[in-house]
Ligand binder design. Sequence first.
Ligand code: IPM
Ligand code: MN
Length: 356
Amino acid sequence: MKIAILPGDGIGPEIVAEAVKVLRALALPLEMETAPVGGAAYEAAGHPLPEATLRLAQQADAVLFGAVGDWKYDTLPRPLRPEQAILGLRKQLGLFANFRPALCYEQLTHASSLKPELVAGLDILIIRELTGDIYFGQPRGRRAAPDGPFAGAEEAFDTMRYSRPEVERIARVAFEAARQRRGKVTSVDKANVLETFQLWKDVVTEVHRDYPDVELDHMYVDNAAMQLVKAPKKFDVIVTGNMFGDILSDEAAMLTGSIGMLPSASLNERGQGLYEPSHGSAPDIAGKGVANPLATILSAAMMLRYSLKQPEAAARIEAAVQRVLAQGLRTADIASPGCTVVGTAQMGDAVVQALG
Ligand code: IPM
Ligand code: MN
């Protein structure tokens, strides 16, 4: 089993090192190879996604990704910015199905900014379409406005697009996932305004005929944003497009109060996947040894389950994380009175210990 390890920028290298530590402790036949990505790759090779890094990712069964980005790259031309690395990997590997669970750990309920009773036991799965929508739609660019009240002025434009097969395949992923959970899918759209999302809604409704055992409802994205903070536990699986999914998954992550705990998986049609924490590169705390490695360690568990077909190993890691929380160990981001605050490496060591 070949794993490409792409640590990236900011806290990426620190948190990925802990996940690698945990993977090694499992004593499975895992072949791991590391390559630069993001700002680190720009510094080393002049491009955020060098050819060699892309090739390594393509040839691997799975990619373990840290995070990319730093404010210092914000003035680079767009094709050279760190974010292009993750967008390029998603597109080049065809990683269309993004799983972003928002799980509220019992011991961390207090960390949410919402009342504990609203989030206790929360377990939502956001399935975000990841290779289409306004993120990748062509044409896009700048030009002189061809018409309208500001004709001739400089304007910028992006294109929101979804094709029927693109919506069909992500809808199937969502219905299949719901079958393994509580059997409910909420499809989030903006069909009242956007043609793209009228097609989305129509196609999801059609695909639903193949899944009569799953409950489906449709919700406009603005309402979904509101319902997520009003009554989040009413959701099971949320399926939505690339941009709405980007926004709602950050909102859902914050419901748990601990974005430092949330893993994610991005899969293609061959089951190859990229696994990364739901949080970013946090350049403000990089290099200090205080970042929470648990989201990355839990992403490694998702990798074992989805791409490497090692469900027992995945469950061992997840149980170890639970045990460490129960022992009262916390990194600074999830600290609470009476708990022991530990650094990044100590947290990784504690998970290794708890593997048993
Ligand atoms: C995410 C990030 C990315 C996105 C950025 C870094 C391009 O916010 O994974 O959610 O917008 O998809
Ligand atoms: Mn995002």
